[in-house]
Design a protein around this ligand. Structure first.
Ligand SMILES: C[S@@+](CC[C@H](N)C(=O)[O-])C[C@H]1O[C@@H](n2cnc3c(N)ncnc32)[C@H](O)[C@@H]1O
Length: 276
């Protein structure tokens, strides 16, 4: 018997660089057994949120089109699905869609635009030029699922009671209270960054932003908010967090050139506030 849509597990409805899907098993044991509201200020594809489906959550990202996509899916699910069903996997259609001036349109139109480009563009990448024009090339797929209706409906149901905020992480976490959980998953410090740690920018997030993030995490923990924060294993990250956070190593993925014993897993770090 087919399962009703609400029973389909929610998992991210978009591919997202840096998505945490493959790390969920290692992340789950570090969540506090109970918490109030979940805040995810760098939500991206929302792997942890869709895995946990908490009763109350605030999701944010400074990619305004991504947040409009979440809003469109939450508030106008049928319309988003109707639009996606009308779109075809075709190079000319893709190029026309890519060129649309999407920001003036409604949330469901932005959502369908965003999801279509994510499913049909090269590697599911999101990349824009200096005028915020989407510029990822057409992707080569056998039969991309432009409209995965069960997943979209399950995600819409999970989003129903969420607050969605387009903006910087500091804005998103402003209302976090004692006993809430904040999971920060920022653009990572490059592994090549030196421990002096200045003068680089990855995804528009520079060393000043990493410091600002550390200070925000510290302030939240000081008021009793549980904080979990992912980052790379660059020495700069250890320097930033070692005094006030517990640092756990997670095995991110095996490198392609793993040695014969298969031990060359890439390590990344999970910082935990001492509030748990
Ligand atoms: C590593 S991704 C998050 C991945 C996500 N946890 C997932 O599972 O898909 C980082 C996200 O941070 C967002 N971002 C970058 N700078 C930001 C800022 N200053 N404030 C809020 N979000 C930001 C990016 O748009 C991106 O979606």
């Amino acid at each position: 018997m087919p399962r009703p849509a609400r029973d389909v597990g929610a998992s991210p409805f978009i591919k997202w660089v840096g998505g945490k899907r493959s790390l969920l098993e290692q992340l789950r044991p570090h969540l506090p057994p109970t918490y109030g509201r979940l805040f995810e200020p760098f939500v991206g594809g929302g792997a942890l949120f869709f895995d946990q489906r908490p009763k109350r959550a605030t999701l944010g990202d400074n990619n305004a089109r991504l947040i409009a996509t979440y809003r469109g899916l939450r508030d106008a699910t049928d319309e988003v699905i109707r639009l996606l069903k009308s779109y075809r996997y075709d190079r000319d259609d893709f190029l026309a869609m890519r060129a649309r001036a999407i920001d003036a349109e409604s949330d469901p139109a932005i959502a369908a635009w965003f999801i279509y480009l994510n499913k049909t563009g090269y590697n599911g990448l999101y990349r824009v030029n200096s005028r915020n024009g989407f510029n990822v090339p057409f992707g080569s797929y056998k039969n991309p699922a432009i409209c995965d209706e069960p997943t979209l409906r399950a995600c819409a149901a999970a989003l129903r009671r969420t607050d969605l905020v387009a903006g910087d992480f500091e804005l998103v976490t402003r209302k976090a209270r004692k006993g809430d959980l904040v999971y920060f998953d920022p653009p990572y410090v490059p592994l090549s960054a030196t421990s002096s740690f200045t003068g680089y920018t990855a995804d528009g997030f520079d060393s000043h932003d990493q410091l600002r993030l550390r200070d925000a995490a510290r302030a939240l923990a000081a008021r009793g908010v549980h904080v979990l924060l992912s980052n790379s294993s660059a020495p700069a990250v250890v320097n930033l967090y070692r005094e006030e956070f517990d640092i756990v190593q997670l095995r991110a993925r095996r490198s392609i050139n793993s040695n014969i014993e298969g031990r060359s897993a890439i390590v990344e770090l999970l910082m935990k506030s001492r509030t748990f």
